[in-house]
Design a protein around this ligand. Structure first.
Ligand code: FAD
Ligand code: EPU
Length: 341
C-alpha cells in the first residue's frame, strides 16, 4: 500500500532550489498507486479537499511558499519499443523517466527525432504539459499518444496528438485537464528514415563543418550550445526560460522595429510574430543584475537564477520588476513560463 508522507521537504525536488514544505507527499510508481489514491479520496473528505500538485522533476515550477496540499510525485520507470512498421518506430516511456534519459535511449538504438530536444531537464510525463521545444523542434512533432489517469473518475484514458491541443508552450493539460489528469506514459513516433533538422540557425552554424551530421552529432551540438548558454540547475538554481517569448501581430512588430531596429523576432506560420523575450529583457539592462537573492543570468536574460536562499516572494518581486520594465519600454506584456504553486 502506498504511504502518504507528512511534512515533506520539496527543496531537492525543484530545480530553482526553493526551500518549501508540502503537507503531504505521495510517490507514484504505478497506476495502482493512483487507484489507491482515488479510493482514499472517496472515503476521506478532508484529503479530497486538499489542493494537489502533480510533480515531475520540478524544473518548470516556482514554489511561492509551503504547499498546503498533496504532492503526487511521478516516480515510475520503463522505456520500451512498442511497435514498428516500414516508416515509424513507436517508443513508450513511463511518466517518471528522465527526458534526457529517453533521448539517449532512442539515440543508442539509432532512433532519431528527439536529438534537438537533448538535455532538457525534467520527466517524460511533464513533456506534453507545455509541449517542450528547443532548437527548431517541439515535442508534438514526434508525439503519438499518451495515457493519463483521471483523478475525478478514477479511470485511465488515452489522448492522441490532436486531442492534446498542443501549441507553443501549451496543451490541454494547462487548461481543461489541469490538476485532474496525471499523465502515466507517453508514446512517441520516430521516423525510420531520419534526416537532421538544422533549421535553427545557431545549430546549423555549430554543425557547418560536417557534411551529413549523425543524430549523435546533432545531439552533441545541442548539448554544447545549451551548456554554454543555460545554467546547470545542479550548480545554480533556475527553471529555464522564466518567460515565454511573446507572440504579437506583425503590425505591432513592425511598429517596434521602426523604433528598435535590432529587435529580434521570428515570423510564425499563423501570421503572428514571436519576439525574443531575452532580447527585450537584455535591452532593459537586466542581464546580470539581481534583486536580493534572485538574479538575471549573465549569459541569458530570460533565465532567473537563485543566488542563494531565494524564497518564492523574492522570485515574484524580480519577475514583476522585469515585466513592468518591458511593458513600459516596449508595450509588451511578458507571461511567465513556469507553473506557480
Ligand atoms: P515539473 O516542473 O515537475 O512540472 C511542470 C508542470 O507539469 C506542472 O504544472 C506539473 O503539475 C505538470 N506535470 C508534471 N508531471 C506531470 C504528469 N505526470 N502529469 C500531469 N502533469 C504533470 N523547457 C522547454 O520546453 N525547452 C527547453 O529548452 C527547456 N530548457 C530548460 C533548461 C533548464 C536549465 C531548465 C531548468 C528548464 C528548462 N525547460 C525547458 C523547462 C522544463 O525542463 C520543462 O518544462 C520540463 O518538461 C519540465 O519537466 P518536469 O518533470 O521538471 O516538470
Ligand atoms: N537574446 C539576447 N539577450 C539575451 C538572451 C537572448 O539578445 O540575454 C537574443 C539572442 O541573441 C537570440 C534570441 O534572443 O537572438 C533568442 O535567444 P535563444 O536562442 O537563447 O533562445 P530563447 O528564445 O531565449 C528559446 C526557448 C528555450 C529554448 C531555446 C532554444 C522559450 C521561452 N525559450 O529561448 O527554452 O531552449 O529557445 O530553442 O521559448 C525553456 O523553455 O525553459 C527554454 C530554455
Amino acid at each position: 500500500m502506498p504511504i502518504l508522507q507528512p511534512n515533506f521537504s520539496l527543496r531537492s525536488l525543484n530545480t530553482f532550489g526553493i526551500d518549501a514544505m508540502a503537507d503531504l507527499y505521495l510517490p507514484v510508481r504505478e497506476v495502482a498507486d493512483l487507484q489507491w489514491l482515488h479510493s482514499a479520496l472517496k472515503t476521506d473528505p478532508a484529503l479530497a479537499r486538499l489542493p494537489r500538485l502533480i510533480l515531475g522533476g520540478g524544473s518548470n515550477l516556482v514554489l511561492t511558499g509551503d504547499f498546503h496540499g498533496l504532492v503526487l510525485h511521478s516516480c515510475s520507470s520503463g522505456i520500451a519499443l512498442v511497435g514498428q512498421d516500414t516508416q515509424h518506430s513507436l517508443v513508450r516511456a513511463a511518466a517518471g523517466v528522465g527526458w534526457h534519459e529517453l533521448v539517449n535511449w532512442t539515440l543508442e538504438r539509432q532512433l532519431g527525432g528527439l536529438e534537438n530536444l537533448s538535455l532538457i531537464p525534467g520527466t517524460v510525463g511533464a513533456a506534453p504539459i507545455q509541449n517542450i521545444g528547443a532548437y527548431g523542434v517541439e515535442m508534438e512533432r514526434h508525439f503519438h499518444s499518451l495515457t493519463a489517469f483521471d483523478l475525478q473518475r478514477g479511470t485511465l484514458f488515452t489522448l492522441d496528438r490532436s486531442a492534446c491541443r498542443f501549441g507553443y508552450r501549451d496543451s490541454i493539460f494547462k487548461h481543461d485537464w489541469r490538476d485532474r489528469a496525471v499523465i502515466v506514459d507517453v508514446t512517441f513516433t520516430l521516423p525510420r528514415h531520419w534526416t537532421p533538422d538544422l533549421r535553427y540557425a545557431e545549430l546549423a552554424a555549430a554543425l557547418a563543418t560536417i557534411a551529413t551530421p549523425t543524430m549523435q552529432q546533432v545531439s552533441a551540438a545541442v548539448i554544447a550550445i545549451r551548456q554554454r548558454k543555460l545554467p546547470d540547475p545542479a550548480v545554480i538554481g533556475n527553471a529555464g526560460s522564466f518567460f515565454k517569448n511573446p507572440l504579437v501581430s506583425r503590425v505591432q512588430r513592425d511598429a517596434l522595429l521602426a523604433q528598435h531596429p535590432a529587435l529580434v523576432s521570428h515570423d510564425q506560420p499563423d501570421g503572428s510574430t514571436k519576439l525574443a523575450a531575452g532580447w527585450l529583457i537584455d535591452q532593459c539592462g537586466w542581464k546580470g543584475r539581481a534583486l536580493g537573492t534572485v538574479g538575471v543570468y549573465h549569459q541569458q536574460a530570460l533565465v532567473l537564477v537563485n543566488l542563494g536562499g531565494a524564497r518564492g516572494a523574492d522570485v515574484l518581486q524580480l519577475a514583476r520588476a522585469i515585466q513592468a520594465d518591458v511593458l513600459q519600454r516596449f508595450g509588451v506584456q511578458l507571461e511567465p513560463e513556469p507553473t506557480f504553486v
